[in-house]
Design a protein around this ligand. Structure first.
Ligand code: ADP
Ligand code: MG
Length: 659
């Protein structure tokens, strides 16, 4: 039997089930790794109470019943008794329930010995597990008992026991030489052995070693793809003519402030990239308010100075407009043509030197003849595909992505390969301090009084709500409902409403009036989360703050503290959930620290969005936090490509990267 063989000795139904989980060949089957393990040398004791981690119990079924409510609804319940019944908890029974799964009653019956796995809940004083994973013990077979046992994702037509028997058989019969991966990431640990140990390990430690080996392989292949793509990109680009910086000098002269040291350093790094024969592929990472826009502006000016076009893509209409206003203000005096293209507006987009816009840049008929630089703002808002489509409008253009979400180095390496990183770790001078207070259900009259004091000093205020409209299912406040109340409370000021469901032109005009201080109070949703820049606004009250994520709260708070005035952020909350993250917010305004806390609380997939970051397909995403492993994968990929740049001697890898 060889890895590339089809599983034609299986029944049609079984093959169909496997095909649904992507398993077609012997090799695929071996790469169908367990989702978890059960150490069946020792089971958990029957619990005395509900809650805690899921338990793995071995038990006898002593009773069963079918319960029905009405015509259709119902559940099947079995009562379990611990085997060898240590009776300290007065009987020590527990029930399992399956709702609307009639076939289970045909499988599990009184007298059966079972292994069940699941979380224990309390139901009217009784301990139950709903929909446990289960297996009937048939005894005698060394694959399923008295050892560390693999548990797989469900495959229709093949239960856990059958799967185990099948995989054990294949492991036995497969010819080891056919298991080669095209490139061996770890010669000291043969691949065939790792396959045996990931499926049927002697101990839980051994599963870890095997998983690490395959994780390294997965990361290696990912790095190889990234490096391969990068090389093609560079070949397309060829030599660059000297990039000019005359306009840049003029622009510096016209600025009323100095760029921060961090901004200058980033601009220098970008200039070096743009002059190099390799296309720039740089991430500009800087906390909210650190001045990323001006760095981008410098880069774009350089492109224009060399007779090329530059494009900036922003995630929202509001942001695109704001960037456009900023760019017009600084660049029109220098004779640069700045256009705007969004779904709602088209301002001199044709023939512009610099084109700013939203997704419309890729989906509308933006005309790029000389596009040599692409800037993407708040990159985590865009998918890989969208980013790719804009980049393809130019011939191997330079790419600068800007983000306020600090991404740990190991993740940037994994996701973008050799993305270079510039960091803005310094705030422009003359910024007021931000004081953050966490308040449990504050009195409206207190809040109003405080806000009135700030308004009387001439400041402006954001009031942020989690919902646009009231909802029956979600217990949280809504902007449209609270808005008229605020209008009444602030009769002497202009109060306006801003949320994502308003038409784009209306959003623009509301934002425009707030920017001009014609409006003093903005009742809003997270539409203002990203990039909105009104230095005179110095107070933000976030209602139901417990409902927002850490990154979002940080982004929102970044809207204030942009002027010279002392700023205040009030995190009003229900006092129940999310206390940990609110405490983080009160403690620090360092975006990197907040991102680290976020990563700890939620994990990398959640933080970055698995789909957007291309992490969704990773089997071993949990190892992304392992810097050493990611570096090793990178080193291996570099090594292979530097020895054989066209991968001629590695046909499997060649197919992988070009596929
Ligand atoms: P980011 O996009 O990083 O959140 P912006 O580029 O929008 O930040 O800049 C935030 C604010 O700081 C803007 O009002 C901008 O005019 C101002 N700013 C940027 N750089 C400087 C600087 N070097 N000195 C003073 N103010 C600056
Ligand atoms: Mg910005």
């Amino acid at each position: 039997m060889r890895a590339e063989d089809e599983l034609d000795f299986l029944k049609e139904k079984e093959r169909a089930g496997l095909l649904k989980v992507g398993v077609q060949t012997v090799g695929d089957l071996l790469a169908f790794f367990p989702k978890r393990y059960e150490d069946r040398r020792q089971f958990d004791a029957f619990p005395a109470q509900a809650g805690g981690e899921p338990l793995c119990l071995r038990a006898t079924v002593v009773d069963s019943m079918q319960k029905r409510f009405g015509a259709k609804k119902g559940f099947y319940e079995v009562v379990l008794e611990q085997i060898g019944g240590c009776d300290v908890f007065g009987g020590g029974t527990l029930s399992c329930r399956w709702f609307n799964m009639p076939f289970v009653s045909k499988m599990v019956a009184v007298g059966h010995e079972v292994i069940v796995y699941g979380r224990v809940k309390d139901s009217g004083g009784r301990l139950i597990i709903e929909h446990p994973e289960f297996e009937i013990v048939e005894g005698g077979d060394s694959l399923h008992l008295d050892r560390v046992v693999p548990i797989y994702r469900g495959v229709s037509g093949l239960g856990q026991r059958k799967l185990r028997i099948l995989i054990a058989r294949v492991l036995e019969e497969v010819e080891e030489d056919s298991l080669a991966a095209g490139y061996d990431v770890d010669r000291s640990y043969p691949r065939a052995e790792a396959f045996r140990e990931i499926h049927f390990p002697d101990s839980l430690e051994q599963t870890e070693a095997a998983r690490r080996r395959f994780a390294l392989e997965e990361f290696f292949e990912m790095q190889l793809k990234v490096l391969w793509r990068r090389r093609r990109h560079d070949e397309l680009r060829g030599q660059q003519q000297g990039q000019k910086t005359a306009l840049l000098g003029e622009f510096y002269e016209s600025l009323p402030f100095d760029l921060t040291e961090a901004q200058k350093r980033s601009v220098r790094e970008i200039i070096a990239d743009m002059r190099s024969a390799r296309a720039m592929n740089r991430l500009l990472q800087g906390d909210v308010g650190s001045g990323k826009t001006f760095v981008a502006l410098c880069a774009m000016l350089m492109a224009v100075d060399s007779g090329k076009q530059a494009a900036l893509m922003a995630p929202t209409q509001i942001l695109a407009e704001q960037h456009w206003l900023t760019f017009c203000k600084w660049l029109q005096p220098l004779g640069v043509k700045v256009g705007l293209l969004t779904g709602a507006r088209d301002e001199e987009a044709t023939g512009a030197d610099i084109l700013i816009g939203t997704h419309a840049l890729i989906y509308d008929r933006a005309e790029f003849e000389r596009l040599s630089l692409v800037v993407i703002d708040e990159q985590h808002k865009f998918g890989v595909l969208q980013r790719g489509r804009l980049i393809q409008q130019g011939v191997a253009p330079d790419v600068l992505v800007m983000t306020a979400t600090p991404i740990p180095r190991t993740l940037t390496l994994t996701i973008y390969g050799d993305l270079d990183v510039s960091v803005l770790d310094e705030r422009p001078a003359g910024r007021g301090k931000i004081v953050t207070g966490v308040r449990v259900k504050p009195k409206i009259s207190d809040v109003t009084k405080f806000l009135k004091e700030e308004l009387a000093k001439g400041r402006q205020v954001y009031l942020v709500y989690p919902l646009v409209e009231g909802s029956e299912s979600v217990k949280a406040q809504a902007a449209t409902i609270e808005f008229p109340k605020w209008q009444k409370r602030f009769k002497n000021y202009e109060v306006e409403l801003l949320h994502g469901k308003m038409p784009p032109e209306e959003k623009d005009s509301v934002m425009g009036r707030f920017r001009e201080n014609e409006t003093q109070v903005l009742v809003a949703t997270t539409v203002i989360e990203v990039g909105v820049d009104v230095p005179n606004a110095n107070v933000m009250v976030i209602w139901n703050a417990e409902r927002f994520g850490l990154a979002q709260l940080h982004q929102l708070r970044g809207r204030i503290g942009r002027g010279e005035h002392k700023s205040y952020c009030v995190l009003s909350n229900d006092g129940k959930s999310g206390q940990e993250k609110l405490a983080v917010m009160a403690e620090t305004d360092d975006g990197f620290k907040i991102a680290e806390a976020d990563l700890k609380l939620r994990g990398p997939g959640e933080v970055l969005g698995t789909v957007q970051s291309g992490l969704a397909d990773l089997k071993f995403a949990e190892f992304l936090a392992d810097v050493e492993m990611v570096r090793e994968a990178r080193r291996l990929a570099d090594d292979v490509l530097s020895k054989d740049s066209s991968l001629e001697t590695y046909p499997r890898l060649r197919a992988l990267v070009s596929g």
